[in-house]
Design a protein around this ligand. Structure first.
Ligand code: B12
Ligand code: SF4
Ligand code: SF4
Length: 331
């Protein structure tokens, strides 16, 4: 590598100029914040990988056997020769609140499926990079790829991993979905983010099921988000049913209480992020009457399709049995 890459017109572009151009293109595609990390990363990466090992050994993954994929511990397994990672944030904060009396649906699912939105834009970036640096390789990763998303985003300076397990940006809070573009190019990295939770423990105290078993460690088996989205059993466990607190698809409690989300935050005007109106006013009795076809129609191009219609009905029944869906108590 001579540190120079060529634009289509054959103009050489030094690596730092290439990194600057890549960042600007990512921002122009609607990503913010964006940052770069160098592989293999600093001393925090082995700590995060060790935390994953402990989490798996403790059984915190519950029924998510796919979390055991050994590639999650080795980024090289996802792209041979990977040298850098572009981490991007997709802001999904909208200044809207659900109607009083509505059942609760987590904000990440309000708009268009973020996997599609982020993946499409990362691929555009990858194709541009390949043209600017012929011979380089890339891979877009959004969530479903076995990558430690938050650890790499932290390494690239996007934010810190909070005690609630979410990556937090000091001005944007944690309403960010993450994507990564892996590349074989050795691009100059940004500085990792510094943790800013301090002595706060609001999320640990607010979690109704005690799922944040210690700071930074979420036991999925106790987490409402896991049970409403991933659990494929006919009934939710009794302790979860008892504490569902109106949530039928995911759970935002540990983010809603976070002081970094309670400051004035920039709201996204992206059409792909704007909420489907029915999700903001979801009534149990009515939704229980929807056919599979009606659910299919309502969940077109939504990340919430992972929750099959029978799971929605299971979750709705459980929330309604807890007294939610008709009366509304503000969190
Ligand atoms: C499995 C998974 C889940 C599971 C398990 C949750 C979990 N915390 O692992 C379930 C289904 C419960 C879930 C729920 C949610 N998820 Co999820 N999930 C994932 C997934 C696929 C893997 C996460 C993972 O690696 N877990 C393994 C454990 C070991 O990792 P971890 O809990 O993150 O622990 C790390 C840190 O805590 C840290 N750590 C450990 N000890 C210590 C100690 C110190 C001092 C420090 C600083 C750090 C630290 O190291 C660990 C390893 O990196 C990622 C996508 C991806 N590919 O990474 C999305 C992802 C984490 N989820 C996401 C979202 C949005 C959610 C929900 C908010 C959705 C919702 N509203 O319902 C909730 C939040 C629940 C919560 N409080 O964590 C986003 C988070 C974005 C962000 N800003 O952080 C991700 C990154 C998807 C994406 N592409 O954007 N999720
Ligand atoms: S998502 Fe809900 S249940 Fe899961 S850790 Fe956060 S507050 Fe607890
Ligand atoms: S609520 Fe407090 S402890 Fe929890 S993530 Fe936010 S700042 Fe950190």
């Amino acid at each position: 590598m001579d540190g120079l890459y060529r634009l289509p017109l054959n103009a050489p572009l030094p690596l730092d100029a290439l990194a600057t151009a890549l960042r600007s293109r990512a921002e122009a595609l609607g990503f913010a914040p964006v940052g770069l990390a160098a592989v293999p990363g600093g001393p925090r990466l082995p700590l995060r990988t060790a935390a994953l090992e402990r989490w798996l050994a403790a059984g915190h993954q519950g029924g998510m056997a796919w979390m055991n994929d050994p590639r999650r511990r080795r980024i090289e397994a996802l792209l041979p020769g990977v040298r850098s990672v572009l981490a991007v944030g997709w802001n999904y904060h909208v200044a809207v609140r659900p109607a009083p009396g509505s059942l609760r649906v987590a904000r990440y699912g309000w708009g268009r499926d973020y996997h599609r939105v982020i993946d499409g834009r990362l691929r555009q970036l990858g194709r541009w990079l390949e043209q600017a640096a012929p011979g380089s390789s890339w891979r877009a990763c959004v969530d479903s790829a076995p990558l430690l998303d938050k650890a790499w985003a932290e390494e690239a300076g996007l934010g810190w991993i909070g005690k609630n397990g979410n990556l937090i940006h000091r001005r944007r809070g944690s309403w960010l979905l993450l994507g990564h573009l892996l590349t074989s190019l050795p691009l100059p990295p940004d500085r990792p983010a510094e943790p800013l939770c301090g002595a706060c423990s609001a999320c640990l105290e607010a979690c109704p099921t005690g799922a944040i078993v210690e700071p930074f460690v979420v036991d999925a088996r106790r987490c409402i988000a896991y049970h409403t989205i991933e659990n494929r059993d006919a009934e939710l466990p009794a302790p979860i049913r008892a504490q569902l607190s109106g949530w039928v698809a995911g759970c935002d409690i540990c983010q809603e209480v976070c002081p970094w989300n309670r400051q004035p935050l920039p709201a996204s005007t992206e059409p792909d992020v704007q909420p489907r109106p029915w999700l903001l006013d979801l009534r149990g009795a009515e939704a229980l009457g929807w056919s599979d076809a009606a659910w299919d129609e309502r969940l077109r191009a939504s990340a919430l399709r992972r929750i099959r219609p029978w799971m929605w009905r299971r979750n709705l029944r459980a929330a309604m049995a807890g007294g939610w869906g008709n009366a509304w108590t503000d969190p």
